[in-house]
Write a protein that binds this ligand. Structure first.
Ligand code: PGA
Length: 233
């Protein structure tokens, strides 16, 4: 069970320190689950000083070169981080990521020794048109199984909207993804302390990628405690 907090474009160094002052005492209660934080690039080193699992929010596919604004796998490892998210819906929507670039980012990062959380998920329109399965099949088809790879199923209509997928909807998508690619699958999209348990109890839900609720140390700790309880059985 992995619970990852995606901080997106939030927090300064002082805010990270305040988060960990509050979150650190609860970490002892979280035996049996893995907890990762995914801060913005400038905070990777500070975050790595507080907890072992730190993921960047993106990673480029080249070793180095003329790619202004991008960050390489080697730089992320050098900052003390352990992994990277690729293909988040916000990267696909606002920054031109495609299945092809997501695959290249994932392949290179894994080859460099980073762990990877690769995000997939259908839009509201795609779900309404009955195209969810086709979209997930296409997005997953470019990924290859790897021991460092985890997929996050994040229906776009559930990200930051407060409209979580029902446990049944999540379970159905996770089962499909796992039939295509034998890797753990996290659920993401408006996960909160009040809906985490029902989602995490689904047989094919192996954890959560938490956005908004991971910014507050108390709500993130609550979700992590719920996951630890579910993991204990
Ligand atoms: P949310 O974000 O929990 O705020 O919906 C999830 C994500 O985008 O990873």
């Amino acid at each position: 069970m992995l619970i990852a907090g995606n901080w997106k474009m939030h927090k300064t160094r002082a805010e990270l320190e305040a988060f960990y002052r509050r979150f650190e005492p609860c970490m002892a209660e979280l035996a049996g689950i893995a907890v990762a934080v995914c801060p913005p690039f400038p905070l990777l080193r500070e975050a790595a000083g507080h907890a072992p699992l730190v993921y960047a929010q993106n990673v480029h596919w080249a070793e180095e070169g003329p790619f202004t604004g991008e960050v390489s796998a080697r730089m992320i490892l050098d900052a003390g981080a352990t992994g990277a998210i690729v293909g988040h819906a916000e990267r696909r929507q606002w920054f031109g990521d495609t299945d092809e670039t997501v695959a290249r980012r994932a392949r290179h990062a894994l080859a460099c020794g980073l762990r990877v959380i690769a995000c997939v998920g259908e839009s509201e329109e795609e779900r309404e048109l009955g195209r969810t399965e086709e979209v997930l099949r296409r997005q997953v088809s470019v990924l290859e199984p790897h021991e460092g790879l985890v997929v996050a199923y994040e229906p776009v209509w559930a990200i930051g909207t407060g409209r979580t997928a029902t446990p049944d909807v999540a379970q159905e998508a996770h089962a499909l993804i796992k039939s295509l690619l034998p890797v753990p699958v996290l659920y993401g999209g408006s996960v909160r302390p009040d809906n985490a348990e029902a989602l995490l109890r689904q047989p094919d839900v192996d954890g959560a990628l938490v956005g908004g609720a991971s910014l507050d140390p108390d709500s993130f700790a609550d979700i992590c405690r719920i996951a630890a309880r579910v993991a204990r059985g």
